[in-house]
Design a binder for this molecule. Structure first.
Ligand SMILES: Cc1ncc(COP(=O)(O)O)c(C=O)c1O
Length: 378
């Protein structure tokens, strides 16, 4: 992380956590026992999740549609069976269905409490204090936080103006233990073709985690690469395409000798019984998935065209959101005005890169409401 980035995150954290920090004075005796990395870091700040009031929520890339009806039934049946026992530590039912879907055996799958849990497990397993994690910039901010938690450093390789990745992403570097690549990327929604990812992975001196949180909205994916290269791991989530962000379920596809090591790092019961039941029913309903992603992709196209006609620069997206910038207009006031009218989008400002609005693809009605509000502001 560069200095500017570090200062920006510290300023945000000070603002958000000011009341807590008042209690956590250095003079209080227990403070000295924290690892210095923890005290120094700002901590990851997730997108706003208002718990009261009615908002059109287009800020954290949730799916606006209800999940497959099979999910509710499966969760109700799990409740009926009882919650007195610990869940299956390996989520065997889910593993088997996912393995079938991807043409691998179940020992290629590791389940997690959301894909953030998978990212945490992988970082803890590969990266130690003083070592290095590489990821592109701008991309998912959590990668840097996970590195900080390990007492490791981040090396951010900038995307080119056309959102391609240069060979610098694969260059050798002292202490480099893990590379992470969101594909499609957030906030841009852009995708690097699997052939290029294989090329980069083959040159990299360390394993590469391809974070496919948004890949069900894209035209291709990297699961086949995992079969070709033991250096490539692919993480997925049920939070976005399967409309289950509240359930917390994600998974990793990697060769079995890697999964065997990663299992040692995870919490014993990292996925609860309700999440395992719901996620298994969800992945079984591929017809629901295809229909829902189809609707979102159609609305994404409309959103893309309308935003462009309003004078915004919009990147062609393969995810369930679009990234909009403006050559001259400041975008923070627009984010604030939308919020005051109860429409939440995500305002991002990447030091040295610029700012923009990341807008999740909602229902047709939600996008109409957003566009109606946006028009007079542009
Ligand atoms: C690129 C990327 N990866 C992973 C995640 C984490 O998703 P979850 O923990 O809900 O599975 C997100 C969430 O927004 C994301 O944007």
């Amino acid at each position: 992380m560069n200095k500017e980035d570090c200062l920006r995150r510290m300023r945000v954290a000070l603002r958000v956590f000011a009341p807590l920090r008042l209690c956590a004075k250095k003079s209080e005796p227990t403070m000295q026992y924290f690892r210095p990395e923890i005290e120094a870091m700002a901590g990851y700040i997730p997108g706003e999740q208002p718990q009261a009031g009615k908002f059109i929520k287009l800020n954290t890339n949730e799916n606006p549609y209800p999940p497959s009806p099979a999910v509710g039934r499966a969760i109700a049946a799990a409740v009926e069976r009882g919650l007195g026992r610990y869940p299956d530590p390996l989520a065997t039912a889910f593993r088997s269905r996912a393995a079938e879907l991807f043409g691998v055996s179940p020992d290629w799958i590791l389940c997690g409490n959301g894909s953030d849990d998978i990212l945490t497990i992988v970082t803890r397993a590969f990266v130690g204090p003083g070592e290095k994690v590489r990821f592109p910039r701008p991309s998912y901010i959590l990668y840097g936080t996970l590195a900080e938690l390990q007492g490791a450093t981040s090396e951010q390789v900038p995307f080119a103006a056309d959102w391609s990745l240069s060979d610098a992403f694969a260059a050798p570097a002292a202490g480099l233990k893990l590379a992470m690549l969101p594909n499609p990327n957030s906030p841009s929604g852009t995708l690097i073709e699997p052939s290029r990812i294989l090329e980069l992975a083959e040159r990299l001196p360390c394993p590469l985690l391809v974070d496919e949180a948004y890949v069900d909205f894209a035209h291709t994916h990297c699961i086949e690469l995992v079969k070709r290269s033991e250096k490539i791991m692919v993480s997925r989530t049920l939070s976005k395409s399967y409309a289950l962000a509240g359930l917390r379920f994600g998974f990793l596809v990697a060769q079995p000798h890697l999964i065997e090591q990663l299992v040692k790092v995870k919490d014993s019961y990292n996925c609860d019984a309700l999440a395992i039941a719901g996620a298994t029913a969800a992945i079984d309903d591929q017809r629901w998935l295809a229909e829902t992603c189809g609707k979102i992709i159609a609305t994404r196209q409309r959103l893309f065209e309308e935003l462009r006609s309003l004078g915004l620069d919009v990147v062609s997206s393969e995810a369930n959101f679009v990234w909009a910038t403006h050559p001259s207009k400041p975008l923070r006031p627009i984010y604030e005005q939308l919020k005051s009218q109860r429409v939440l989008v995500r305002y991002m400002d990447y030091a040295g890169w610029g700012d923009g609005l990341r807008i999740s693809v909602g229902t047709i009605e939600q996008i109409d409401a957003l566009l109606t509000l946006l028009k007079p502001m542009m």
